[in-house]
Design a protein around this ligand. Structure first.
Ligand code: NAD
Length: 287
């Protein structure tokens, strides 16, 4: 049996439409257009592409967008002063600092990101938002794992009471995914580079999330027949060839549902950012 393919573009489109409707509702109810500011420091070409995509996506959905380009030589204090100005700007509901930061300020990344007001932290990285996620209070949640959860829900994949296994414990994917699935009453196990006998654990999963950063790491023998496999990995194995953390060709013959790479989870992240900007605006207007 071949798995159901969970196409990222279908879910991303649904999230975008949702964000667009909610943005229009805020305009109608409060006369307010949700606004995003993205700060980019330096000229990393990949970052410039990501920032352009975010800007275009905002424009398409009726979200106000500002891109603030700062030179490679920007100091920590200059960047923090910019964040402070955006924290105080009523047009801006979400602030995002594009990573990676240039070398001279990279060591201050945490201090810089924590300067963003938690209400405007649309990446969901601020410790206040991390705490809210852990305690189950409403807050802003990192876009990629939030997109995975919303996709599972929209696809009608049962979560409540299911066994979920996550491979990877990063702060931006693995750990928030753990709390999101736990919040939906899954029984969750998180695995990492020190986990012993990983395949025995992954074979128990009804929902298997791979966020490892290793090409085709999850093979068919690691997957329970009928399981849902979410591949968060993006690995470039040749100049124009991306593969996920899951060996798609073999695993799709065992799994019940699977996300492809490219064309899967990667497409959800910017769509969820749009949702987060609208949610940030809603929370600020209702506060
Ligand atoms: P990371 O490097 O921060 O974390 C990788 C995790 O994998 C670590 O917790 C590590 O313990 C675990 N790991 C490594 N080797 C392992 C092994 N042999 N067995 C078990 N666990 C092992 O990575 P990340 O930032 O969480 O990203 C993971 C992947 O997801 C990357 O490919 C990244 O490019 C991708 N990613 C995609 C999106 C998206 O938009 N789709 C967003 C973020 C990250």
């Amino acid at each position: 049996m071949t798995a159901r393919i969970l196409e990222g573009k279908v879910f991303a489109q649904a999230f975008r439409e949702d964000a667009q409707k909610k943005a229009a509702a805020l305009q109608e109810k409060y006369g307010v257009q949700p606004g995003l500011a993205v700060i980019i420091v330096g000229s990393n070409p990949a970052s410039q592409v990501y920032v352009r995509n975010k800007h275009k996506s905002c424009e398409a959905l009726g979200i106000y967008s500002e891109v603030i380009e700062m030179p490679e030589t920007t100091t920590k204090d200059e960047l923090i002063a910019k964040i402070d100005a955006l924290n105080a700007d009523v047009k801006i509901h979400g602030i995002l600092v594009q990573l990676p930061l240039p070398e001279q300020i990279a060591a201050h990344e945490s201090e810089i990101l924590e300067r963003i007001r938690p209400e405007k932290d649309v990446d969901g990285f601020h410790p206040v938002n991390v705490g809210r996620l852990v305690t189950g209070e409403p807050g802003l949640v990192p876009c990629t794992p939030f997109g995975c959860l919303r996709m599972l829900e929209l696809a009608g994949i049962p979560i409540d009471g299911q066994r979920a296994v996550i491979i990877g414990r990063s702060n931006i994917v693995g750990k928030p995914m753990l709390h999101l699935l736990l919040g939906k009453n899954a029984t969750v196990t998180i695995c990492h580079s020190h986990t012993k006998d990983l395949p025995a654990i992954t074979r128990e999963a009804d929902i298997l999330v791979a966020a490892v950063g290793r090409p085709k790491f999850v093979t068919a023998d690691m997957v329970k027949p009928g399981a849902t496999v979410i591949d968060v990995g993006i690995n470039r194995i040749a100049p124009k060839k991306l593969v996920g953390d899951v060996d798609f060709e073999s695993v799709k013959e065992v799994a019940g549902a699977i996300t492809p790479v490219p064309g899967g989870v990667g497409l959800l992240t910017v769509a969820m950012l749009m949702e987060n900007v609208v949610r940030a605006a809603e929370m600020q207007l209702q506060a």
